[in-house]
Design a protein around this ligand. Sequence first.
Ligand SMILES: Cc1ncc(COP(=O)(O)O)c(C=O)c1O
Length: 412
Amino acid sequence: MNQDRVESLAQFHPFTRLNKLLEGVHPGGGNTPLLLSLGEPQFQPPVFAIEAIANAKDAWSKYPPTIGTEAFRGAVQAWLGRRYGIEQGFVSTDGMILPVSGTREALFHIALSAVAQGLPKGKGKVLMGNPFYHTYAGAAVVAGGEPAFLPAGRETGFLPDPQAVPAELLRETAMVYLCSPANPQGAVADKDFWRRWLVLARRHDFIIAADECYAEIYTGAPPAGAIEAAQESGSTDNLLIFHSLSKRSSAPGMRSGFIAGDRRQVGRIAQLINYGGVAVPLPVLAASTALWSDEAHVVENRARYCQSFDLAERILSPIFGTVRPAGGFFLWLDVGDGEAATTALWREAAIKVLPGGYMSRPDAAGRNPGAPYIRVALVYEPALLEGALTRMAGVLRRLDVKRPAKPALVGG
Ligand SMILES: Cc1ncc(COP(=O)(O)O)c(C=O)c1O
């Protein structure tokens, strides 16, 4: 990795930039500071998960196998069946499902693997929507690849349009990150979106990393999964899906997720973990097995987010039009100048949010598509959010907030 690449990692990390922006700005308004900048659910995971960890205490003295336990992989396979209608034989527990220590690490690993595989064939590009979850670009750079940013704003329904990618770029592509429900925009892909990307991936020989860690948090119908489109096509070739308990079960501290799909890619990531990654500890796997097997807490979780979005809709839609995303737990608000709004919200209301421009890069015309936005994570109890959102509305009303002509958020 050359020096420029190292510098660019520090330069673009969203939270490093946020800290710098707010350096010396004091949280004001006599309010207790509230961090709505980070997508970290503030709820407790179910008690049975904590008990499962305690009950497996003898396993702390064992190195966990990278492939996890048959029970864990079986619970994931059963969940894929319930959630997406995936038939048991389609995603085998033998080599096609792997536990990971949170999906962030696995999203990083897939770039290491895909770029190493692609570069000898002249394929070093790593595609992602713009804006995007920062790990994608960091991983692409560290892997020695080159991130390529695809428009994912209002004009494309807040998702990267598979039909709009130039053929030349597709030929050089090692992999693409696709996120649904999308962070930060909250757009949800339909099955046709996944189908089209799968066709491209197979035609041009690249890998799809389908980041679906918000798949269980939605407003209307459950978001379609990339794996559904794969099943219809008869194969998981070129596809890896990424799912996490961080959002689904409000357990970000457990660092537990899984990847599934293309057998070759699952094997390569298992190998990377064997050499330099972290296998999920056995007590955490026991808790994870219990969590993937339970839906009641997920339904409860989703209902709480719905309540939060009802509040946001009531308090903020008079300023922005509808703010409710189709999925995920972020508001993506067009405030005109995301940095100015972020600073004002911290100074005047002690509410920390993330400027949208920190999650995106300038496009070919030099325009940063995220710059007019802020991202607001609704990760606290609705009762606590009500006051915060009311304060936020007060500050944003005082600012010269640009009112979008169309709704601030569009589902896919
Ligand atoms: C889009 C997206 N992908 C992946 C992750 C990583 O989640 P985890 O490593 O907790 O599974 C996050 C976390 O915020 C995220 O927002």
